[in-house]
Design a protein around this ligand. Structure first.
Ligand code: ATP
Length: 303
């Protein structure tokens, strides 16, 4: 492997973006390595689409920098966009076209379009070539958009909320298969989602975005290894959540409380004992619990 293989596909440093008074991105820095599935996680309005628009060069960095394949997507759009398969959140496909016409039309823009692969995906997605786009269901429409993004075998697949509109079964089967296939071929996938279970199933790496800031990033394995859910028992029920250093969130009532913490076990254990409690059970935290806890500490400025 030479050095260019190891260079990140996307490198974002200190990127900030304001819309009027609204700070949509605040000092975002991310490196997305080649050959990985990278999940961008965040709730509505977190800044995911704004970040993706910077990667596509649709928005120019107000401060900080964005490099994709080593290029600035604003000044070098051809070098960047010709290598990206993009599925937008609202997938604006021409409603009057038939599926087969849409494939032929899109093929014309991509020298590397693979007609056999396009046909394989069309059959796999169960899309009728004679169907008009405007008559497709939401799920079929999403699949048609995904097909267009995939059929020229892009080096980078950029999916903005790809599964909204797909029913759970289709979402599970198709999304996983596609994301895995692309990553296994040494290609790179970046997808945004607010469905944490889905990210947990398919992402190698992730970044959690909350109110325009990356609150946590790393490999899925490291993030999951570092966080735990503890069930705490208090003989005398505390009226408010006790403050325990090292705990990201503490919820519950009466004698039983649930803590989400980030390593620091001896410190947490000592804090729990000081607060009059004990740990009665311990388990890995789900990504959703980690996100909620991280977002909470960010919102309250506790960490
Ligand atoms: P969602 O999951 O709801 O699509 P998101 O994480 O993609 O959310 P963004 O669309 O990036 O979030 O929006 C981030 C913030 O920036 C939001 O508060 C949004 O209202 C604001 N915003 C985004 N685009 C614009 C714009 N063109 N003009 C004004 N405000 C904008």
């Amino acid at each position: 492997m030479n050095v260019s293989d190891q260079a990140p596909v996307i490198e974002i440093s200190g990127l900030s973006r304001k819309f009027g008074q609204k700070l949509a991105l605040n000092q975002v820095s991310l490196k997305i390595p080649r050959g990985r599935v990278f999940g961008l996680v965040g709730g509505n309005g977190a800044g995911k689409t704004t970040l993706i628009k910077h990667i596509l060069g649709l928005l120019k960095a107000e401060s900080g920098s964005v490099r994709v394949f080593g290029f600035d997507p604003v000044t070098d759009p051809v070098a960047v966009l010709s290598r990206i398969g993009y599925l937008s959140e609202n997938r604006d496909l021409p409603p009057w076209m038939r599926v087969d016409e849409l494939l032929r039309y899109t093929q014309a823009f991509y020298p590397k379009w693979d007609p056999a692969y396009a046909e394989e995906l069309r059959a796999q997605f169960g899309l009728d070539p004679a169907a008009k786009i405007k008559n497709l269901s939401r799920g079929e429409n999403a699949k048609a958009g995904l097909l267009l993004a995939l059929a020229f075998r892009p080096e980078l697949l950029l999916l903005d909320e790809p599964s909204s509109g797909l029913d759970p079964l289709v979402r599970r089967d198709i999304l996983e298969a596609i994301i895995r296939t692309v990553a296994d071929e040494g290609r790179t996938v970046l997808f945004s989602s607010h469905l944490l279970e889905e990210v947990e199933r398919v992402a190698d790496d992730l970044a959690m975005v909350f109110a325009g800031e990356v609150v946590l990033t790393g490999t899925l394995d490291d993030i999951k290894d570092a966080h735990h859910r503890l069930i705490l028992h208090f003989e005398s029920p505390p009226s408010i959540a006790p403050k325990v250093p090292g705990v990201l969130s503490l919820t519950g009532s009466g004698r039983e409380w649930t803590a989400i913490c980030n390593g620091r076990r001896p410190e947490v254990l000592a804090g729990v004992v000081r607060a009059g409690g004990r740990i009665v059970a311990e388990a890995p935290a789900s990504l959703e619990e980690i996100f909620v806890a991280r977002a909470g500490t960010k919102a309250t400025g506790k960490e």
